[in-house]
Design a protein around this ligand. Structure first.
Ligand code: ATP
Length: 237
C-alpha cells in the first residue's frame, strides 16, 4: 500500500462568509499531519472535503493526491461523533463498512482490534450499553479495520481519560505507521506527541506550527499518575 501526499489549495467558504482565506498546503505522504485551530474555523469541513463527503463549507480550490489517483476510495475517516449503528453490536459496528460494501467481514480481525482498544469483553454490547469513551474506541477500531492509505481522524481521543488516551495514541501511531494521517485535535499535547508536522488554521489562512525537532512520534512523555491504581492497605499508591 502506498500512501500519497495530499495537496490542499484554495479558500474555504460557508455561504458568503470566508472561513479560511487563501491557503496552499502539502500534507506529506506517510506522515501524521495535525490540524489545530479555533472552534468553528472549518477543520471538520476541510476533513470532510478531503473524504469527498458533504460538508458545511465550500472550497474554491482543489484537493488532490500527489500521485494523481482519486482520494475518496483510499480514505478511512473517523468523525467527531462515533456514528455507531445503535442496533448493531460493537463487533458488527467494526465490520459495518465492509458489510455495506458487500464484502465478507473478517470477525477475527475485528475481535483483535477490539482487544487492542481494550474492549475484548464488550464485543457483543450495543452502543447504548457502552460509555462515550468505549463507543469512541469502537469507532477507532472500525477506522483501523478499514486499513486505508489515507486516514482522517477528527478528535479521535477526545472522550478518553488521560491514561487510555495515551495508550490509544500509541496504538494508532503504531498501526497507522506508513499511512498519510490527518488528525484534528484541540489538545496541543496530543499534537506535540503525534505530529510529524502541524498547521494552525485561522480565518487568515493556514500557517505551519513548530514542533520539537528530530524526535519521531509517538513522542514519549511522563505518563500521568493514574487515579485508578489500587492503593495498598497502608494507603500508599
Ligand atoms: N450543518 C451545518 N450547516 C451550516 N453551517 C454549519 C454546519 N456545520 C458547521 N457549520 C458551520 O461551518 C463552520 C465550520 O464548521 P466546522 O465544523 O468545520 O468547524 P471546526 O473547526 O471543525 O469546529 P470544532 O473545532 O468546533 O469542531 C462553522 O462556522 C459552523 O458554524
Amino acid at each position: 500500500m502506498t500512501a500519497p501526499a495530499l495537496h490542499l489549495a484554495g479558500r474555504l467558504h460557508s455561504g458568503e462568509t470566508t472561513l479560511i482565506d487563501a491557503f496552499d498546503l502539502k500534507l506529506p505522504a506517510e506522515q501524521w499531519s495535525v490540524l489545530l485551530g479555533p472552534s468553528g474555523v472549518g477543520k471538520t469541513s476541510l476533513l470532510r472535503l478531503i473524504a469527498a463527503l458533504p460538508s458545511a463549507a465550500r472550497l474554491d480550490g482543489d484537493i488532490t493526491a500527489c500521485d494523481g489517483a482519486p482520494i475518496a476510495s483510499r480514505v478511512a475517516m473517523m468523525a467527531q461523533d462515533d456514528q455507531l449503528l445503535p442496533w448493531a453490536s460493537a463487533l458488527d459496528n467494526v465490520t459495518i463498512c465492509a458489510r455495506l460494501r458487500g464484502e465478507r467481514p473478517r470477525p477475527d480481525r475485528a475481535k483483535t482490534l477490539l482487544a487492542q482498544v481494550g474492549l475484548a469483553d464488550l464485543a457483543a454490547r450495543k452502543p447504548s450499553h457502552l460509555s462515550a469513551g468505549q463507543r469512541q474506541r469502537v469507532a477507532l477500531a472500525r477506522t483501523l479495520y478499514e486499513d486505508r492509505a489515507i486516514v482522517l481522524l477528527d478528535e479521535p481521543f477526545s472522550a478518553l481519560d488521560a491514561m487510555t488516551r495515551h495508550t490509544m495514541q500509541d496504538l494508532a501511531a503504531r498501526l497507522l505507521a506508513g499511512r498519510t494521517v490527518v488528525l484534528i485535535t484541540h489538545d496541543p499535547a496530543e499534537a506535540v506527541r503525534l505530529a510529524d508536522c502541524a498547521w494552525v488554521l485561522t480565518r487568515a489562512g493556514i500557517a505551519p506550527c513548530t514542533l520539537p525537532p528530530d524526535i519521531p512520534p509517538a513522542r514519549q512523555r511522563p505518563l500521568p499518575r493514574s487515579p485508578y491504581r489500587r492503593r495498598c492497605c497502608k494507603g500508599c499508591a
